[in-house]
Ligand binder design. Structure first.
Ligand code: URA
Length: 186
């Protein structure tokens, strides 16, 4: 089995879809290779494309605040996206882009073996949990799929647009923190 860094090297030279021609950096993922929790967003934005690191823009800073608020260190978790390259003008990832890229994420999950995968927003939840996922109704619900535990929370960018969702995000993040501390039955 290849290592996470071998996979990252492959990903950095990937040309499986047209987004590879527009990228400054491939945003593979960062964090602990033995993380208990893996957060998965949709795709890099401008700051992420510039830096090669996921969730470093405004949405990322808000995610950091929630992690801190519930006692989770960013270095303890692993953060990645469905797409590793930025879509133009941050448009939603196309199905064919997701299909071209998803194997990298699957392999990251196989290598990291997290106790829980937390989808950040609707796009990741629709891809990883179920196609008809409804973020307003199903955020914070735990699902089991192929022996993995998954849940979804609001995307931090959605919280920036609609601060009324922040309370729900805080509750969901507290539940996730309790789960990884073993305070909720697995
Ligand atoms: N939004 C995402 O979904 N991912 C990032 O890495 C940054 C913003």
């Amino acid at each position: 089995m290849q290592s996470l860094s071998e996979l990252e090297q492959k990903c950095r030279s990937c040309t499986r879809c047209a987004l590879s021609e527009m990228r400054t950096n491939c945003v593979f993922g960062t964090g602990s290779p033995t993380a208990d929790v893996m957060f998965v967003g949709e795709a890099p934005g401008a700051k992420e494309d510039e830096s090669g690191i996921p969730f470093v823009g405004m949405a990322g800073k808000l995610l950091d605040k929630y992690l801190e608020a519930v006692g989770i260190e960013r270095s303890q978790v692993y953060i990645a996206n469905i797409l590793k390259c930025r879509p133009p003008q941050n448009r939603d990832p196309l199905p064919e882009e997701q299909d071209a890229c998803i194997e990298y994420l699957r392999e990251q999950v196989r290598l990291i073996e997290p106790k829980i995968i937390v989808c950040l927003g609707r796009i990741a939840a629709m891809r990883l949990i179920k196609p008809d996922f409804l973020i307003t109704k199903e955020h914070g619900v735990f699902f089991t799929k192929n022996e993995y535990t998954l849940t979804a929370v609001y995307h931090p960018a959605a919280l920036l647009r609609d601060p009324a969702k922040k309370e729900a995000m805080y509750e969901d993040m507290k539940t996730i923190a309790s789960y990884i501390r073993g305070e909720i039955a697995r």
